[in-house]
Design a protein around this ligand. Sequence first.
Ligand SMILES: Nc1ncnc2c1ncn2[C@@H]1O[C@H](COP(=O)(O)OP(=O)(O)OP(=O)(O)O)[C@@H](O)[C@H]1O
Length: 253
Amino acid sequence: MIGPVLKVTDLKKAYGAIQAVGGVSFEVMPGEIFGVIGPNGSGKTTMFNSVLGQITPDAGRIELNGQDITHKSPQQLNQLGVGRTFQTLQVFGKMTVRDNLLVAAQEHQGSMWSRLFAPGDSGLGDRADALIDQFRIRHVAHKKAGELSYGQQKLVDIAMAFMSEPDLVLLDEPCAGVNPSLVGGISSLLKQLNQTRASGKKASSFVVIEHNMDFVMDLCHRILVMVEGKVLAVGTPDEIRANKAVLDAYLGN
Ligand SMILES: Nc1ncnc2c1ncn2[C@@H]1O[C@H](COP(=O)(O)OP(=O)(O)OP(=O)(O)O)[C@@H](O)[C@H]1O
């Protein structure tokens, strides 16, 4: 039987008297798009940052493909095949779009020095070009990222997370601040990337935090609902829509 890509068991993190995450457990299966929703302050980001090695949880265990990654650094996780996007844009405004993609792969590939002295761009150029085409940003590939619209920069930002061909990608509010007319495009892109990565044939799994409910319901295979640091429900979009506790605590607000 195939095990989960990501397994989080009884994760806890407090900030003083605030129990931001109070014993959260869930599993993400290979190829799954797993949504995380919940009201502001329900602990989504704290859970996310714990999984990504950005904060140290007080208790609990995090496994990637069966391997304990609870105390790994973000760099180690990147090398193990975990990618991420942030709520706020992480593009380098003065570099071209293509160079942003090349830089994004560096963490995964080793030190800056080894890359500087590696022949050519070590195959990363092909990967960058494939993503540029897939994300339909060819016409701006040689522009400085800072000159693009916010929506285009968001696309570059998401593409950067895929440069290292990750098995698992955590996306923190991919639609935040994006013009509603672009939201459908981001959803289609993520579905495409989930099915077949640009140069590989392996499906990748995503965990997506997002407040845009239509986007989450359309994109995700399963959704976890967090309220006050705990799991209120996990289920398919239809199950979540029909869950009375979720409606009362969240969707009904
Ligand atoms: N660095 C911190 N120091 C103190 N309290 C924090 C810190 N980070 C988060 N918290 C608190 O922990 C709780 C959970 O916050 P968290 O940001 O994880 O929620 P969230 O669900 O991601 O919220 P949002 O949807 O607004 O991003 C909140 O009460 C928040 O105020």
